[in-house]
Design a protein around this ligand. Structure first.
Ligand code: FAD
Ligand code: NAD
Length: 466
């Protein structure tokens, strides 16, 4: 009889866990994946990346029809009306298709789905729905949940104070939505409801939106979202909320202290960040402690301090992004199978899927300057022929390179398709490219990506079209 039931048990079937489980099975490991949700795919497929992108896509189409953008191209429409139920159904369809797809991939790759929430009994034993399963190795991929804001209680069923999951499921467009937190979720979901007709006010603690992004990008983001009609209250904190009937009243104060004010809303979205899911996991039973941010620490190979226990994705340090979790899933499976799995954490792109999109990879200008002398090339989308033709004047590409070696240290884009454009920058950086390498790579015309080439040419002061 085998010593263990499985070679590997993965706890959590988000992008980290399900990808890791499939890769492990492909490498010949007998693998099971524990998931407590009704469907596979984790936050990303069920209540994150996919449903938010479905609503972003649909709301963009609605806005183009409603605000006359399509009329410019000769598309004549009658009275434009929103059928929110149809948009929500389209979102549900996307989620169903993709989560079902993971179930199919599990069957195809012979990964067992252990249904229920897993708890460690010891480092090699996980209890799921009252049954104990043993494995030589266990990967923790339990992801993250919304960080609560004291005094502002979320109740997604009532739909007045909601988190991202509630904001994805509203059955009515709120007249006034207040978003607490001007980060990725606040701006993406705030954009959805603004496009569909809500007045949106964003309350952000810091003096700029989108923490973690390049300073120029953050400044430009404020200009762009204001131009689109969002009200921004930067440097402001929410100190409390009360709900009466169908309205919420928020108390706000300047972040640095000062006179309080109140703000009424039909819907409040709490989006101030996410924290790792570790409750009920039984980490105390294996002696695994968390760091000061509640995360599980690992080494470069994703090993925790406990022999045979590994961790990946949102529950460990690093950006909380699906593609980062996926790459870690592949790497941890390869390491467990005796291969060499590596994730280059210096080259993980980040994208905000608004319109325009905001994307970046590598160092911000501020970070790069702290490390040494740099050169920067910047090219405005207004001077890019394709963006100009498509009436997409907002944004720029910025390439940051080491002044001595010319090695690219960071690339930042604001453009309608910045999320797609940033892939070439990530590839270039992964291969250690210089700005000259990008500048002398032939880019198809007319594409938005030519702006990446021109920004790279700008590093040595030689762009053509400005
Ligand atoms: P998760 O996807 O959180 O999956 C963890 C899974 O583990 C969950 O299904 C949970 O039910 C399960 N679980 C937890 N504890 C247990 C247990 N004890 N036993 C069994 N199962 C357990 N990222 C992007 O890159 N692009 C985007 O566009 C994007 N959009 C987002 C939009 C929203 C609204 C949100 C909330 C997030 C978004 N993200 C996006 C972030 C992305 O969803 C996460 O980074 C990603 O899902 C993390 O993957 P993970 O596998 O670590 O964890
Ligand atoms: P975030 O960290 O992006 O933004 C949270 C914002 O809230 C910050 O700007 C912070 O300064 C602000 N804040 C914190 N406390 C506050 C307070 N009391 N009052 C006002 N503002 C306050 O977090 P998020 O938007 O909740 O997203 C969570 C995670 O999900 C992110 O790490 C992100 O990577 C991931 N995500 C990614 C995508 C994407 O890749 N497109 C989309 C959605 C979510």
């Amino acid at each position: 009889m085998a010593e263990y039931d499985y070679d590997l048990i993965v706890i959590g079937a988000g992008p980290g866990g399900y990808v890791g489980a499939i890769r492990a099975a492909q490498l010949g490991l007998k693998t099971a994946c524990v998931e407590g949700r009704e469907t596979l795919g984790g936050t990303c497929l069920n209540v994150g990346c996919i449903p938010s992108k479905a609503l972003l896509h649909g709301s963009e189409k609605y806005e183009e029809a409603a605000n006359g953008t399509l009329a410019r191209y000769g598309v004549k429409l009658g009275k434009v009306e929103l059928d929110l139920a149809a948009l929500q159904a389209d979102k549900a369809d996307a989620v169903k298709g993709l989560t079902g797809g993971i179930e199919f991939l599990f069957k195809k790759n012979k990964v067992d789905w252990l249904k229920g929430y897993g708890t460690f009994k010891d480092a090699h034993t996980v209890e799921v729905a009252g049954k104990a399963y043993t494995a030589k190795n266990v990967v923790i991929a339990t992801g993250s949940s919304v960080t609560p804001l004291p005094g502002v209680e979320v109740d997604n069923d009532k739909g007045i104070i909601v988190d991202s999951t509630g904001a994805l499921a509203l059955s009515k467009v709120p007249a006034h939505m207040v978003v607490i937190g001007g980060g990725v979720i606040g701006l993406e979901l705030g954009s959805v409801w603004r496009r569909l007709g809500a007045k949106v006010t964003v309350v952000e603690f810091l003096d700029a939106l989108l923490p973690g992004m390049d300073g120029d990008v953050r400044k430009e983001a404020a200009k762009i979202f204001k131009k689109q009609g969002m009200e921004l209250k930067l440097g402001t904190k929410v100190t409390g909320a009360s709900v009466k009937g169908k309205k919420a009243t928020l108390t706000l104060e300047p972040a640095k202290g000062g006179a309080a004010e109140t703000l009424e809303a039909d819907c409040v979205l709490v989006s101030i960040g996410r924290r790792p899911n570790v409750d009920g996991l039984g980490l105390e039973n294996i002696g695994l402690e968390l760091n000061s941010r509640g995360q599980i620490e690992t080494d470069h190979d994703f090993r925790t301090k406990v022999d045979g226990v590994w961790a990946i994705g949102d529950c460990i340090p690093g950006p909380m992004l699906a593609h980062k979790a996926e790459d870690e899933g592949i790497a941890v499976a390869e390491n467990i199978a005796g291969q060499t799995g590596i994730v280059n954490h210096d080259v993980i792109p980040g994208v905000v899927y608004t319109n325009p999109e905001f994307a970046g990879v590598g160092l911000t200008e501020e970070q790069a300057k702290e490390r040494g002398e740099i050169k920067v090339g910047k090219f405005p989308m207004m001077a890019n022929s394709r963006a100009k033709t498509n009436h997409e004047p907002d944004g720029f590409v910025k390439v940051i390179a080491d002044a001595k070696t010319d090695k690219v240290l960071g690339v930042w884009c604001i453009a309608s398709v910045a999320g797609t454009m940033i892939a070439e920058a990530a590839l270039a950086m992964e291969f250690g490219a210089t700005s000259e390498d990008i500048a002398y790579t032939c880019h198809a015309h007319p594409t938005h990506s030519e702006a990446v080439k021109e920004a790279a040419m700008g590093v040595t002061g030689k762009p053509i079209h400005i």
